[in-house]
Design a protein around this ligand. Structure first.
Ligand SMILES: Cc1cc2nc3c(=O)[nH]c(=O)nc-3n(C[C@H](O)[C@H](O)[C@H](O)COP(=O)(O)O)c2cc1C
Length: 199
């Protein structure tokens, strides 16, 4: 499918048919998500994948009872990683292991650590969450390109999710994305005209 067709056909699915997506397809989607760009390439995200029905039921109760949560095949919970220092250290290790010259890595580390040094925790979280939304868009378009459907969702209680999933303190549930096969129909796209958007 061409990108324009994918963009036109993707829609926020309100109900899935409960069928499970084959693992090979899910794995392809994970790669599409993983390859998303991010500021400084820090990839400050962790994505929890839930397929267990009982766990989905608990999460649905913390998601305004929205039925996408329990009818989907896989539920992706996109978390922002607010421990940016640890993320820089991990990326530094990765760069060195992929033979990036030591001097380049050192210069990179100095600049990046410096840029976060005086940021409040609130700003660090906001920064990490912005990156998470880029990965989310890859998930939304990637799902449609792979032949299934999705729904971006902010209608959930992040604190309750963190408790139910027993998440480590550094992970902030930011947006969730159920994927599966739609059991509803898309509504018309209501979008502002180009003249009202671009200037
Ligand atoms: C960040 C974000 C959060 C959203 N949260 C929800 C949600 O909790 N539940 C829901 O049914 N739709 C949710 N939506 C879907 C939007 O309502 C939908 O994308 C918008 O109305 C445009 O419709 P379309 O995606 O079908 O083209 C969300 C969309 C985005 C981008």
């Amino acid at each position: 499918m061409e990108l324009k067709q994918i963009v036109l056909e993707r829609y926020a699915t309100k109900k899935f048919d409960g069928k499970t997506i084959e693992q090979k397809k899910v794995d392809e989607l994970l790669d599409i998500i993983r390859l998303a760009p991010s500021s400084w390439n820090l990839q400050p995200w962790k994505i929890k994948i839930v397929t267990d029905s009982k766990l989905k039921e608990k999460l649905r109760a913390a998601s305004w009872n929205q039925e996408q949560i329990t009818t989907c095949s896989h539920l992706f919970i996109f978390c922002a990683n607010k421990d940016i220092d640890a993320q820089i250290t991990a990326l530094k290790k990765l760069m060195l292991s992929t033979k990036v010259p030591e001097q380049t890595v050192k210069e990179y580390e100095d600049v990046v650590r410096g840029s976060f040094k005086n940021l409040s925790e609130e700003k660090k979280i906001a920064w990490a969450q912005r990156q998470v939304y880029i990965a989310l868009e890859n998930a939304l378009l990637g799902a449609k390109a792979s032949g299934f459907d999705s729904c971006p969702m902010e209608g959930f209680d992040a604190e309750a999710y963190a408790k139910i999933l027993n998440l480590p303190e550094n992970l902030v549930p930011t947006v969730v994305c159920p994927i599966g096969f739609a059991a509803d129909k898309p509504k018309q796209k209501t979008r502002f005209a180009a003249k009202d958007v671009f200037f």
